[in-house]
Design a protein around this ligand. Structure first.
Ligand SMILES: [Zn+2]
Length: 253
């Protein structure tokens, strides 16, 4: 079985995932909890939480890479839920590596690049400005869809239940922001977007979309953010030959 030193894996990922380009991110991206010095099996998950940590421990995972980590905006105390989560990781000697905004944006492994690929949307340019940087893309579908055809396709490829609000447009030019990306509706006119796809439903997006005549599509925060960590897992398996496993903990939200 192949293995890799943590001291080699961490700087490789920091560079490959371009962490230094996102210094404004509230997430403390990179290695958050240090576990074993050698990693033989990598786990991939969306959320750093007790369920995922226990599964990782059972599956003999040494290195866990997540999209939503444990440390946000500076750690002030280690109590309650956070104490228990950190204890579970330290007891099992599992390293925790977080990659938030860089893994939304990344042009190869990112949630949004992967979403575009899965939905056969041709990438046209960057989109979705957040903390001063674009974290996503807009693009064109290979053919024109009705909104129902488009959402049925999303449900099929992401195994989710999409909710949508139609403002009468066919689907051809799509702006995409995985997770909680409703703020990007403000950019729809600038790029001539007819359909805006994000994860979480947002009341705030409705009247803007109504007045811009842009369809809203909400495919689930979790469902739109499983793709990035999975793509990183595939890369780690190919590059280093280590075993990898995705830990699924869907929230349905
Ligand atoms: Zn998210």
């Amino acid at each position: 079985m192949k293995e890799i030193r943590l001291a080699q894996l961490v700087p490789f990922l920091d560079a490959e995932l371009r962490l230094s380009d996102f210094s404004e991110d509230e997430s403390a991206n990179g290695l958050q909890i240090e576990g074993k010095a050698i990693a033989r099996k990598a786990g991939l998950a969306v959320d750093a939480c007790e369920y995922v940590f226990r599964e990782a421990s059972e599956k003999k995972i040494d290195f866990l890479l997540v999209h939503h980590g444990l440390i946000w905006g500076g750690l002030k105390s280690v109590r309650g839920v956070l104490r228990q989560r950190i204890k579970t990781l330290l007891d099992a000697e599992i390293s925790l590596y977080a990659c938030h905004l860089p893994l939304d944006w990344h042009p190869v492994y990112g949630n949004n690049a992967q979403l575009l690929k899965l939905l056969s949307i041709k990438k046209m340019g960057e989109f979705g400005k957040y903390h001063g940087r674009n974290i996503s893309y807009w693009g064109r579908t290979a053919k024109e869809y009705s909104l129902d055809e488009f959402t049925a396709r999303i449900d099929r490829v992401l195994n989710t239940r999409t909710s949508a609000v139609s403002f009468g447009r066919k689907v051809r030019t799509v702006g995409v922001v995985s997770g909680g990306g409703w703020f990007a509706i403000n950019e729809a006119e600038k790029y001539g977007i007819d359909t805006f796809l994000t994860g979480e439903p947002s009341h705030s997006a409705y009247t803007l979309a109504e007045e811009m005549k842009v369809n809203l599509v909400f495919a689930g925060h979790y469902a739109t953010e499983t793709l990035g960590v999975k793509a990183v897992g595939d890369m780690l398996r190919k590059k280093f030959g280590i075993e990898t496993e995705f830990i699924d903990h869907p929230t349905g939200l």
